[in-house]
Design a protein. Structure first.
Length: 208
């Protein structure tokens, strides 16, 4: 009788060990699946946030370009990785009342962080009169992989010319600006049409 009881206790212990092993395997599998799901959710949230930010920034840039103006001198400076121009802005009053529009200089450029070796899209807002106030700088998208501006206009025959990587016109705005922003591996492209841009006879881009 004693030996039979000992045999039954040993068999129960083996069953317990097997059950614990199976439970551990299931727990690890469930945890791995949960951790993977959380990681995928976080990546999706980060991508969604970046996507929305990039789209909003491009929409803001398009709005400012459509309101671009020229007064005198080099009011519109267009490079492949930078853009500076005068635009009419109308910010809402703190109490919701409209305020008088004002002309301001807006600059978009790529800036490199030396510590992290990453690049950011910076927006600089300044007074159109040099030295009349402090510049306001904001890193609107960071990090970025690439930023590119291209420009076009209509020639004397009213034909739209191929995209140029620089704008060198002394007295006119481009007819169109193509903005390419790459964040990670995602490419965002925005085509901006400026209704009052160069469409006929004017000072042509230098060297074009």
């Amino acid at each position: 009788m004693t030996r039979a009881g000992e045999g039954r206790r040993g068999f129960t212990l083996i069953e317990l060990l097997v059950s614990l092993t199976i439970f551990s395997i299931i727990a690890v599998a469930v945890y791995s699946a949960f951790a993977g799901g959380v990681g995928a959710w976080r990546r999706a949230q980060e991508f969604s946030s970046t996507y929305q930010t990039a789209r909003l920034v491009l929409d803001d840039m398009a709005h400012e370009l459509k309101n671009a103006v020229t007064l005198s001198g080099t009011d519109f400076i267009g490079e492949k990785q930078g853009l500076s121009f005068l635009t009419v802005r109308q910010r809402p009053h703190a109490q919701g009342r409209p305020v008088d529009p004002k002309i301001t200089r807006v600059t978009y450029e790529v800036r490199r962080d030396r510590a992290s070796a990453t690049y950011s899209l910076a927006r600089v807002e300044a007074s159109p009169v040099a030295g009349s106030g402090e510049d306001e700088t904001e890193l609107v998208v960071s990090p970025i992989s690439r930023l590119e501006f291209l420009y076009t206009y209509k020639d004397d025959n009213r034909q739209i010319v191929a995209w140029k990587d620089a704008w060198r016109v002394s007295d006119a705005l481009p007819l169109g600006v193509k903005i390419t922003l790459v964040v990670g591996e995602t490419r965002f492209t925005k085509l901006v049409f400026i209704p009052h841009g160069l469409q006929e006879k004017a000072t042509k881009p230098q060297g074009q």
